[in-house]
Design a protein around this ligand. Structure first.
Ligand SMILES: C[S@@+](CC[C@H](N)C(=O)[O-])C[C@H]1O[C@@H](n2cnc3c(N)ncnc32)[C@H](O)[C@@H]1O
Length: 213
């Protein structure tokens, strides 16, 4: 799926993810790589509250399913552009409303959600349209929590050549704060994801939490 507002190469990106869906849930990778940011999101949602939550770029649906199972929510949406990822998500549970739609066009009503979360998917989105869409579907005071790798440091320049930007772009923590502040959000917290296991602390990912003004 692609709309006018997705990144130019997004169709190839999410097709690619659809193909790796089969191996994506390999337990060691999930536990070491993806679980720590998901734990942070669950903890943040538990504090903030909120009954209508969307996980955007939900992949195989692990985080959305955990939100549904662990928190006192009414409605959880899992959005992803990749059919292959959503196939696995649907097999996981039918208690989440799975939607094959791009982040830039969620197709929800204005102010419908209390929280939008996303882990390791935001770099693939077209940032401006996606953030505008999150703002549109969140109620005032609604929570936005995004986890992305920090491209600053040794990987700068390797990760961000111009060509790759057609497919993905990792915003730095500063760029993320500016983008959200300029789009009607107040950034309330930004810090590194806690990674308790030795070795995985080399992974520099950052959680940015904001509230819709
Ligand atoms: C690295 S996976 C992350 C999945 C999951 N959030 C996790 O933490 O395991 C990135 C996901 O973003 C999805 N994606 C890429 N571009 C997208 C877009 N424009 N809209 C919605 N999902 C998109 C991909 O299909 C893929 O499932």
């Amino acid at each position: 799926m692609m709309t006018a507002s997705t990144r130019p190469l997004n169709r190839f990106v999410h097709r690619g993810w659809g193909r790796v869906a089969r191996v994506y849930d390999f337990p060691p990778v999930q536990r070491l790589m993806y679980r720590p940011p998901q734990d942070e999101i669950i903890a943040r949602l538990a504090v903030h509250g909120g009954r209508r939550v969307a996980d955007v770029g939900c992949g195989t649906g692990i985080l959305a399913s955990r939100i549904r199972a662990d928190l006192p929510v009414e409605t959880v949406y899992g959005f992803d552009a990749a059919a292959g990822m959503l196939r696995r998500a649907r097999a996981r549970t039918d208690r989440v409303l799975w939607r094959q739609r791009p982040a830039e066009d969620l197709g929800l009503a204005e102010g419908e959600l209390d929280a939008v979360v996303s882990t390791h998917a935001f770099p693939f989105f077209n940032h401006g349209p996606a953030v505008a869409e999150f703002h549109r579907v969140l109620r005032p005071g609604g929570l936005l929590a995004l986890v992305v790798f920090n491209p600053e440091g040794p990987l700068t320049g390797v990760l961000q050549p111009a060509l790759v930007r057609e497919a993905m772009y990792w915003p730095s923590p500063g760029e993320m704060r500016t983008m959200l502040a300029d789009s009607g959000f107040e950034v309330v917290e930004q810090r590194r994801v806690r990674r308790p296991l030795f070795g995985t602390s080399l992974v520099r990912d950052v959680v940015t939490v904001a509230e819709r003004r």
